[in-house]
Ligand binder design. Structure first.
Ligand SMILES: CC(C)(COP(=O)(O)OP(=O)(O)OC[C@H]1O[C@@H](n2cnc3c(N)ncnc32)[C@H](O)[C@@H]1OP(=O)(O)O)[C@@H](O)C(=O)NCCC(=O)NCCS
Length: 145
């Protein structure tokens, strides 16, 4: 178990976030996406910091009565130490007024699906061929308050 604090991201964190993203996703988002998230009124970008290093991040939107989780990622060197769960707990706490928390996840992403199920998310739909590039399906997962 790694002890980490979760805090809002700042511009100085963007290189670390971008690096974690590139190590975590088949089709990483452009760095500019994270720049934009810092100024989007409904966007939230948070980082997990352990021993002075950024080891993970989460990105979500607060839209009316819903939290939409866009991404959660932990640096490969720091996985299976509870950091994904810590980041997800922060997302859930931030959306305390929300009615539901929703997300899409690649149908083949077993680690993430296990994390979400463990935290009360259930699969409510499949979006066929959702992901550009390889055309993998997305599972839509939802957790009600
Ligand atoms: C998904 C991800 C964020 C999990 O982060 P993590 O820090 O390793 O997760 P945790 O250590 O907090 O694990 C919490 C629970 O999630 C599940 N889990 C996490 N990784 C798993 C794996 N490789 N296999 C099976 N279950 C897994 C387990 O239930 C785990 O609890 P346990 O360790 O007590 O069994 C991480 O694997 C990651 O960054 N993946 C790449 C990015 C990604 O796919 N993000 C999700 C889509 S946006």
């Amino acid at each position: 178990m790694t002890v980490a604090v979760v805090r809002p991201a700042a511009s100085a964190d963007l290189d670390a976030i971008d690096e974690i993203s590139r190590h975590s996703f088949k089709a990483p988002w452009p760095r500019q996406t994270f720049v934009d998230e810092l100024t989007r009124p409904h966007g939230r970008l948070v980082v997990a910091e352990a021993a002075g290093a950024i080891v993970g991040y989460a990105n979500y939107w607060l839209v009316v009565d819903e939290v939409h989780l866009l991404a959660i990622a932990v640096h490969p060197d720091h996985r299976r130490r509870g950091l994904g769960a810590v980041l997800l707990a922060d997302v859930l706490a931030a959306g305390a007024d929300a009615r539901v928390i929703t997300l899409e996840v690649r149908a083949g992403n077993a680690p993430a699906i296990a994390l979400y199920r463990r935290h009360g998310f259930v699969e409510v739909a499949t979006r066929g061929g959702y992901y550009g590039g390889d055309g993998e399906d997305a599972l839509v997962m939802l957790r009600e308050r």
